[in-house]
Design a protein around this ligand. Sequence first.
Ligand code: XMP
Length: 513
Amino acid sequence: MIEQIVILDFGSQYTQVIARRVRECNVYSVILRYDTPAREIARLKPQGLILSGGPSSVYAKDAPLPDPAIFKLGTPVLGICYGLQVMAQYLGGQVEPGQKREYGKGTLHLKDRRCRLFTNLPDSLQVWNSHGDKLTKLPVGFKAVAVTENSAYAAIEHRAARMFGLQFHPEVVHTPRGREILTSFVHGVCGCGKSWTMRNYVDQAVEAIRAQVGNEHVILGLSGGVDSSVAAALLHRAVGNQLTCIFVNNGVLRGHEAEVVQEVFVRHFKIKLQYENASRLFLQRLKGVTDPERKRKIIGKTFIEVFEAATRRAGKAKFLAQGTLYPDVIESVPIGGNPAAMIKSHHNVGGLPKNMRFQLVEPLKCLFKDEVRELGLELGLPREIVLRQPFPGPGLAVRILGEVTPRRLEILRNADAIVVQEMKATDWYYKIWQSFAVLLPIRSVGVMGDERTYDYTIAVRAVESQDGMTADWVKLPYELLEKLSNRIINEVKGVNRVCLDITSKPPGTIEWE
Ligand code: XMP
């Protein structure tokens, strides 16, 4: 069984971050609900257990509480914030509401250098706090190993039992040496090796796919996005010609998208690709439609129709593959609006039919997005595909306000190509969540040379975000904005004005429709 750390989720917004940090140490991690029975956890034979933070108070009526038997498994335990409090309370300590909430940066002072979590770290460290309650009495066998201004028990340990508690959050970037603390826990305390790498994962995944699929055929809807592209490359590695990818051109793709996909997957990877050019059908149905919701519905419904017909033509396949990721399958904790649970449901899955004449293959379902990208590179996919920004299923249709017409599509494709080019040239493309052009169907007056113009406006949208749920607009350098504006106005016929969208989400959304 693969070495792993089990993380019990008590509803912290950082639970997934903890899981990712552990994996960055090349150790596999899984997130389970806080109340997962100890015997179920024991079955996984984890090397260590991490109890996440959470928004509740341990003494609240509906506080999420773990199975007490987890503290008798003999597995090393690290409790973070609420995790520390819940562990301490179970083991006989005392938690009380703090005089004042400790929130934000603090300084941790080490009192006991022998604690293995802090090996090689200096005596004082910057840490990030976010808690109201505090521990006021240590459980038996524990001692304080570090303090902050507000807390005499900022880090505690029971050395013999290999149990640790941290009142601060080592997983967030605002605890700059936090990674080293987690590294010490997983390698030093739990004794994990470094078995979790994408190179190893390829072999495991290939074996698992072969075992599941046997001699049967698999169909995959390839969108050209990161997830389906990596899934395609992985499945192809596992089952070769038993895989058929279906790529639907819905008429609202970016310029050259269909060519890029064919170049990469057909010519380079030699993957069987069924190219469904349905652009005419989509554009016909979109004719005269201006309402954003109707546009989305038409595109979604037409996609299913086209895809279903394509699967029938693809021949006899028993399996349908999907690029589902780990954040989509983590069971949510229904407390205090846990963001880990609020991953966009209406967006993520490509809206495929619930038609279960297929069995599902989901070879990415235990991976985080950054791992999927790494896996893609490992499989030899080009950076151009692997480092792509997200692109919405309904494509450019949600970036053309008002009616989608061939002329408007052409204008937006040309403007979009310039935005992508310039963002890549300055590397901004790779640093942020998304950057794109939006076509506003209003016209304004301008002057070009000696002529008066009356043309469309392009809005440039650039946002940073962790997961698309919230976002902030990016303060791009003026020089870059100037270049974007000059190039779009000079090179894209039909545009004479460029604006910058400076709206965060909320209250705005990332896409305009
Ligand atoms: P919004 O506009 O809701 O977008 O703030 C959040 C993120 O989701 C992407 N998005 C979609 N992705 N199908 C998708 O696959 C969709 O219908 C869709 N709509 C929005 C958007 O690009 C952003 O990254």
